[in-house]
Write a protein that binds this ligand. Structure first.
Ligand SMILES: [Zn+2]
Length: 344
């Protein structure tokens, strides 16, 4: 039995030595040290041995088991070390390889334009105000000199929620709100960017939801020439110092007189081309002197105060500035379009 154990030990140690993978090593462990292995078998037969032999064989069997287990453990460590070495070698990082670009987001073109316009007017002393998109009929129309039944209400097809509540059709109600909220009736100099809603069929130049930026300046002795100066500065900063502006008479219920502002066409420099429809001029925004009635309704005495207001569409500004030919591009979220305007 002693020889049997020694032979088993020799055999097992050789197999441990020959093993080249953790899997093979595990097989050796199961085969020799497992419950059905030959050593267990030997130990089971010990009952047949004499009293004197039993402890000797028992001790030897335990020693053999221990030796085999030790050999397996040390071989396991060396196989693991070799595998790690191999893995490290195979997975060496080449630090000279160019990195993979990580895509980053950026502001939407429309957001950038609105911020650019805001910055420009902040530079001229205007404050930025905001107002609700769900508006009352009073602020959206009445306070702006558009009483119920006024024919000019038809110019702005509206989304009504109830008889008295609607989605605002322009950002002008923020003017009325700002002036109304001013308890001491101080001068007001603000712009208001925001979304507005009209019942329009979407096409290349119309959208049922679009953006407006409204401006208002109310103080003593505000004149048309102040309006012209502000608009001229805006046009030059936005579209280039060489741009000229012109004001044409127009009509808005909340301003009197009302004007529309054109800038000289950037494409043809006023010569006439398809962009400016051969006129040399491109319409940019509407403006005018605040109607005395609007001042009065907001609690400002029109004999003391005067003011100007203007409103523009950032989509139109962006379309002209970047040559975008369809307003729907701003709302359909096509990444191919939007990516062109991301600044790193
Ligand atoms: Zn032109």
């Amino acid at each position: 039995m002693k020889e049997q154990l020694q032979a088993l030990e020799k055999e097992a140690l050789e197999k441990v030595d020959d093993a080249t993978s953790l899997k093979e090593l595990q097989d050796v462990r199961v085969a020799y040290l497992g419950k059905k292995g030959p050593i267990t078998e030997v130990l089971r037969g010990m009952g047949k041995l004499s009293k004197e032999e039993r402890p000797v064989i028992g001790e030897l069997a335990n020693k053999v088991r221990g030796n085999i287990a030790d050999a397996i453990d040390s071989k396991k460590a060396s196989i693991e070390a070799a595998e790690l070495e191999k893995q490290l070698e195979e997975e060496t990082i080449d630090v000279t390889l160019p990195g993979r670009p990580v895509p980053t987001g950026g502001p939407h073109l429309l957001t950038s334009i609105v911020e650019e316009i805001e910055d420009l007017f902040i530079g001229m002393g205007f404050e930025v105000s905001e107002g609700p998109e769900v508006e009352t009929d009073y602020y959206n129309f009445e306070a702006l000199n558009l009483p119920k039944g006024h024919p000019a209400r038809d110019m702005q097809d509206s989304f009504y929620i109830t008889e008295e509540i609607l989605m605002r059709t322009h950002t002008s109600p923020v003017q009325a709100r700002t002036m109304n909220a001013m308890e001491d009736k101080r001068p007001v100099k603000m712009i208001c960017p925001g979304k507005v809603y009209r019942r329009d069929t979407d096409d290349a130049t119309h959208s049922h939801q679009f953006t407006q930026i409204e401006g208002l300046y109310v103080d003593k002795n505000v004149r048309m020439s102040d309006l012209k100066g502000v608009l001229d500065r805006f046009a030059k900063q936005m579209f280039g110092q060489e741009r000229e502006i012109r004001l044409r008479p127009s009509f808005f219920p909340f301003t009197e007189p009302s004007v529309e502002m054109d800038i000289s066409c950037k494409v043809c420099n006023g010569e006439g081309c398809s962009v400016c429809k051969q006129t040399g001029w491109i319409e940019i925004l509407g403006a005018g002197m605040v109607h005395p009635r609007v001042l009065e309704m907001a609690g400002y005495d029109p004999k003391v105060y005067s003011g100007f207001a203007f409103g523009m569409g950032p989509e139109r500004i962006a379309m002209l500035k970047y040559g975008v030919d369809d307003i729907r591009h701003f709302y359909t979220n096509d990444m191919r379009f939007l990516k062109q305007y991301h600044q790193a």
